[in-house]
Design a protein around this ligand. Structure first.
Ligand code: GLU
Length: 457
């Protein structure tokens, strides 16, 4: 059986690193199983879903390297959900309810006062035809609840009904359907909540595995019951731990914090983001993986921690730095081109500066120093001024080549007696204006005689 996976974001905001964890768990598993991956937009919430967000989510996934085999939108598939709802209604499994949010709230408070769990008592199921007609005549519109199979003969006497499933990640998981309220599947305005469309789509598209956050464990019990009610086979479920901020707060699509868009704009490499999104909260070291293939080889459901994991931006910085330090010039040539300098100098320049860059964009500062017309600060004292004068005088004639720096520093050392830090630091300051930076030897030919002279004089 070919594995078919899906990632099903609601397009109500940008993806954050926690959403990416879900997307990658599904994508990497699908690729490893040589299966397929569906991107499904859960956009039945007409008010909050936006087409722009759907497009931007696809862009964010493409940046990471996730290219869905198929993209579907729930808003295009309403007739399928209508057919499923009709089927459930005909079987007496979807029933109309007329309580207002206030009435439901009062019911929950009464239950709480009696020390009972806030489970809906199925009062609407007792309504006669005439009572429903009267409520509708008052202008009330029904919302529709699914009758959970948690009773014997009498729906008003629920009994413990364990749904047991072998979670791909958490192992055996048990949810008692008697502990849950009948879920609302259709709102008063006739729109669908995500619960039923998701089941219909998973069944219709032949999804074999559903991997999602562990905030959906209870939904899984409900949805397993709906699959069965629709005579569809239940996919294999897996629930992974969620990511939080360092402060322990949940991530939200609407807050924009740690969104892939922000991380991309801040100049992080996609593999740094992807590596952390998958490897955090999993036993084993958090290392930057070279590509999604290598990351997929690290995906191990048995190693996923059972509790929430903190996403630490400092860790992302570390992974990014390690990736940048190893990037070949080819991977950054386009980005370097926008920073100035000639294409034929790119290789030498990148090899010299990459170890001094936390992000590829940091090379811009070095490009300005190497290729730009920066002005170095004046010498701090007479000694430094004298040193610069000597350096200027001793700069070897002719074209500046890869060996020039060695010859030059040897000559300065011979004349001034300066060596080690006392030699290299004032020279570095004279050339770059800074106290630290990449090795100057390979950069000197790129800086060139003209710029050097301008800085030393
Ligand atoms: N749209 C749901 C969500 O974003 C999908 C959950 C699922 O994967 O079934 O939480």
């Amino acid at each position: 059986m070919t594995a078919i996976l899906r990632f099903a974001p609601s397009p109500t905001g940008r993806l954050h690193i926690g959403n990416l964890r879900t997307a990658l768990f599904n994508w990497l598993f699908a690729v490893r199983e040589e299966g397929s991956f569906i991107l499904r937009f859960d956009d039945t919430d007409r008010e909050r879903s936006k087409r722009e967000f759907a497009d931007l989510i696809a862009t964010d996934l493409a940046w990471i390297g996730i290219s869905p085999h198929k993209t579907i939108r729930q808003s295009d598939r309403i007739p399928l959900y209508d057919a499923a709802a009709e089927k459930l209604k005909a079987a007496g499994l979807l029933y109309p309810c007329y309580e207002t949010p206030d009435e439901l709230d009062r019911k929950r408070k009464r239950l709480a006062a009696r020390g009972l769990p806030p489970v809906y008592g199925r009062e609407a199921l007792r309504l006669s035809h005439a009572e429903r007609a009267a409520l509708e005549a008052e202008g009330r519109r029904p919302h529709w609840r699914f009758l959970l199979p948690n009773f014997g003969a009498d729906p008003f006497a629920p009994q413990r009904t364990d749904i047991v499933f072998d979670d791909l990640i958490r192992g055996e998981t048990v949810i008692d359907l008697a502990s849950l309220s009948d879920p609302v599947l259709i709102r008063e305005d006739g729109s669908y909540l995500y619960t039923l469309p998701s089941v219909v789509d998973d069944a219709e598209t032949g999804v074999t595995h559903v991997i999602r956050g562990d905030d959906h464990v209870t939904n899984t019990a409900v949805q397993a019951a709906i699959f069965s009610a629709l005579a569809a086979s239940v996919p294999r479920f897996g629930h992974h731990n969620l990511l939080t901020t360092v402060g322990g707060e949940g991530l939200s699509k609407r807050s924009g914090a740690l969104s892939l868009e922000t991380l991309r704009e801040e100049g992080y490499e996609p593999m740094a983001v992807a590596s952390l999104a998958v490897l955090v909260g999993m036993s084993g070291s958090i290392e930057p993986m070279a590509d999604l293939g290598a990351l997929g080889a690290r995906l191990d459901f048995a190693a996923v921690s059972p509790s929430a994991s903190k996403f630490d931006p400092a860790e992302l910085d570390r992974l990014n730095r390690e990736i940048v330090h190893g990037l070949p010039c080819e991977a950054v040539r386009g980005r370097l081109a926008a920073m100035g300098g000639r294409d034929e100098d790119a290789e030498t320049f990148w090899q010299a500066v990459r170890a001094n860059c936390d992000k590829v964009a940091d090379a811009k500062g070095w490009a300005e120093i190497v290729f730009g017309d920066m002005v170095v600060p004046a010498p701090e004292d007479a000694a430094e001024a004298a040193f610069r004068a000597a350096a200027l005088r001793l700069l070897p004639d002719g074209e500046i080549g890869p060996e020039t720096f060695r010859t030059w520093t040897a000559a300065i050392k011979a004349e001034t007696g300066a060596k080690g830090k006392a030699l290299f630091l004032p020279l570095r300051r004279a050339i770059t204006g800074l106290d630290h930076g990449p090795e100057l030897g390979p950069l000197l030919p790129l800086i060139g005689r003209e710029r050097l002279l301008r800085r030393l004089i």
